[in-house]
Design a protein around this ligand. Structure first.
Ligand code: GN1
Ligand code: MG
Length: 401
């Protein structure tokens, strides 16, 4: 997650201690406060900067929480330095974000939702009226109100939580389904293109720039083998002919904020990759992150299992959240989404391991290799349980997939 809405995090395992910041990071040193102060003050926040701290578990951006004093009370904000290596065009990214959040906010308000700020991100403009601010080093920053009274979670623990999670992302799909043209900018080209991801892996293998190939031979073989299997399955399942729509593209449990009191989903966050895609990208991320509980980088995979109840919750919740939007072809294809997205992430982690950990933030050596292994294990489990998944989707959709 990128904590774009941020949450209370006493239960959050990955905060400051895990933070690694490439390059000249003033934000970890004594000048962190100065940097956050000057950035914070460059946004339209009606108060005085008090303090700031590192926040969040995202692999991509650098996220902080800044406290301002506003008329005698403290108000908290999320300030985020965008990763320009991952997002080459931060201005178009932020234009997307403004379009998406404006659209969702308007729809929620039209439907009578009270206090829209609690249910959708709001981009705070800079003093000069732009949806971002640029620091003296040329880095792009953005700012949101901190979502008070929320929690984020890393692992789905029950069928009802799976249902709630998938329902929220299904509803989000409906909310953005009528975004007026033009299409959103492509923030990361070929983001979920499995074949291009494999090509990138082959290039990293050929270069072996960090001499790590010797340590990951079984993983590279397994990635190639599974790619052949999964690509054939996607072809057979009609996945390549599905309608293109605006999708979230990163539907993980930890990209939702849950109300700390009611336990219900309040807000979908991490909207950086909202752009054209297919529902398989969204449902697949839900399945690969939800169904085989275990942390994404656990070196011990012996206890990992396929949780049928969680899968059933995801299928029912997604169908219910998206309502009538999903076509029969999309519903038929849902069962293959999980293994495809697990494999894609395995390939991405392995590529990054070979390339020297330049994309996904790591906190220890070999972490991207371990992440890859854990995804490959998920591919196995999800493929073994494909028939179970088909039956559950059939139950949720009311027909035979
Ligand atoms: C990144 O930072 P986070 O966890 O929200 C990545 C996702 C990966 C995920 C793997 C823009 O998302 O695509 O699935 O890591 N986001 C981007 O944990 O690459
Ligand atoms: Mg993300």
């Amino acid at each position: 997650m990128e904590d774009t809405g941020a949450s209370e995090s006493p239960s959050h395992p990955k905060t400051a201690a895990y933070h690694r910041d490439p390059g000249n990071d003033t934000a970890r040193t004594g000048t962190m406060s100065d940097l956050l102060q000057s950035i914070g003050e460059s946004f339209q926040i009606p108060g005085r900067f008090v303090s700031g701290q590192v926040l969040g578990s995202g692999h991509i951006h650098d996220t902080y929480r800044a406290v301002f004093e506003e008329g005698g009370t403290e108000a908290r904000y999320v300030v985020q330095r965008l990763n320009a290596r991952v997002f080459a065009d931060p201005e178009r990214l932020m234009q997307n974000l403004v379009r998406v959040t404006d659209h969702v906010r308007k729809k929620l308000a039209d439907r009578g939702v009270a206090d829209v700020d609690r249910h959708c991100l709001r981009v705070i403009p800079s003093i000069d009226g732009r949806p971002f601010s640029i620091d003296t080093a040329g880095h792009y920053w953005r700012c949101f109100p901190f979502q008070e009274g929320t929690r984020s979670h890393e692992t789905i623990v029950s069928r009802s939580q799976a249902d709630e999670t998938a329902r929220a992302f299904g509803s989000f799909l409906e909310l953005i389904s009528d975004l007026p043209p033009p299409p959103l900018a492509v923030t990361i080209p070929e983001f979920h293109d499995l074949d291009r991801r494999l090509e990138a892996l082959e290039a990293a293998i050929a270069a072996d720039a960090h001499r790590r190939l010797g340590g990951v031979q079984p993983e590279t073989e397994s990635a190639r083998r599974e790619h052949r299997r999964v690509a054939a399955m996607l072809g057979d399942g009609g996945a390549n002919q599905l309608p293109r729509r605006t999708v979230h593209n990163d539907c993980k449990l930890n990209n939702l904020l849950f109300d700390a009191v009611t336990g219900r989903v309040r807000c979908v966050i991490d909207l950086d990759t909202v752009m054209e895609g297919t529902v398989l990208f969204d449902f697949g991320e839900l399945v690969r992150t939800g169904v085989c509980a275990a942390s994404e980088d656990s070196p011990d995979l012996t206890g990992m299992t396929f949780d049928r109840d969680v899968f059933a919750g995801l299928a029912h919740g997604y169908r219910a959240g998206a309502g009538a939007l999903l076509t029969e072809a999309e519903l038929h294809a849902l069962p293959v989404a999980g293994p495809a997205l697990a494999l894609e992430n395995a390939i991405r982690f392995l590529t990054d391991h070979l390339e020297g950990d330049v994309y996904f933030r790591i906190h220890r050596e070999g972490q991207n290799r371990d992440r890859c292994r854990a995804q490959l294990r998920r591919v196995d489990l999800l493929m073994e349980n494909l028939d179970v998944a088909r039956r559950e989707v059939e139950g949720a959709a009311g027909f035979s997939p």
